[in-house]
Design a protein around this ligand. Structure first.
Ligand SMILES: NC(=O)c1ccc[n+]([C@@H]2O[C@H](COP(=O)([O-])OP(=O)(O)OC[C@H]3O[C@@H](n4cnc5c(N)ncnc54)[C@H](O)[C@@H]3O)[C@@H](O)[C@H]2O)c1
Length: 259
């Protein structure tokens, strides 16, 4: 088991990519803090891990709430004695052409992705630095590198997370803490399923065209990235043994973006 003894905290772990990463970590022997705004979903993931023989605690956490993030991170460290791996994954998507984009919705997207990543990082490194060890993993996106129409808030936030990840590679390096970002192409999760009809409406095309042209048109093989693909990379990053791999962006996207 590649993560025996590892303590990992994953946000947005009640659904989709976060849940897949948490379950993969548990299978590799990690103990998990399952954090999500949706407390019931967090409990469901934690129960599934425990039923499979793993160890997990569910924590209700809005990643934009400074006090809640600090409390959830401290609770994790108190319960398990340490934090080795942070996965800043919680996220939402809101799409509009910029001329119709309500400012409160723009702020909401940026606050959750970028503000949440900042708050979580700050709380976690306070536990990692004294032990001179830790792995920060951010859930970016191909949109950390590439723009798409209608996604001004999301693309800006995901580019910001790439910058934060790189700053943390420099700041954390002196404290033995690594920092990397996973930048997937489209993965079929509730976040993406919701976008298909919305984009069809905003772009004036069919839902099939959204999938074939907008989402997968620039892949090498017309395939979605899978939850397993992303979870495998998250395990690899959490289990990597040295700081040789830090400040890096890993892009599972079927060749959509070749960075
Ligand atoms: N699905 C994709 O194609 C794709 C591609 C690239 C990157 N991503 C990124 O992966 C991450 C996870 O997305 P997903 O596709 O699994 O979505 P999802 O909707 O399945 O899961 C997102 C989870 O985040 C939680 N969440 C939302 N707001 C929160 C908040 N304020 N505080 C705490 N938790 C909150 C939700 O309750 C949900 O459980 C996101 O950061 C997303 O941007 C997704």
């Amino acid at each position: 088991m590649r993560l025996e003894g590892n303590v990992a905290l994953v946000t947005g772990a009640g659904s989709g990519i976060g849940r897949a990463i948490a379950e993969a970590y548990a299978r590799e022997g990690a103990r998990l803090a399952i954090c999500d705004l949706d407390e019931a979903a967090a409990r469901t993931t934690a129960s599934a891990i425990e039923e499979a023989g793993g160890e997990a605690v569910a924590i209700a956490m809005d990643v934009t709430d400074e006090a809640a993030v600090n409390a959830g991170v401290d609770e994790t460290a108190n319960r398990f004695g340490r934090i080795d791996t942070m996965v800043s994954n919680a996220g939402i998507q809101i799409v509009h052409p910029i001329e119709d984009f309500p400012y409160d919705e723009f702020r909401k997207v940026v606050d959750i992705h970028l503000g949440g990543a900042f708050l979580l990082t700050r709380a976690c490194v306070r536990h990692m630095y004294p032990r001179r060890s830790g792995s920060l993993i951010y859930m970016g996106s191909v949109h950390s590198h590439e723009p798409s129409p209608l996604k001004s808030a999301y693309v800006a936030a995901k580019h910001g997370m790439l910058g934060l990840c790189r700053v943390m590679a420099r700041e954390g390096g002196r404290h033995g803490v690594r920092s990397n970002i996973i930048c997937p192409g489209f993965v079929k999760t509730p976040l993406v399923e919701r976008q298909i009809p919305e984009q069809a409406r905003d772009l004036g095309i069919s839902q099939e065209e959204v999938v074939e042209k907008v989402m997968l048109g620039r892949t090498v093989d017309g395939e979605f990235t899978t939850l397993e693909d992303v979870a495998d990379i998250a395990v690899f990053l959490a289990s990597f043994r040295s700081s040789a791999l830090t400040g890096q962006s890993i892009i599972p996207s079927h060749g959509w973006y070749m960075g």
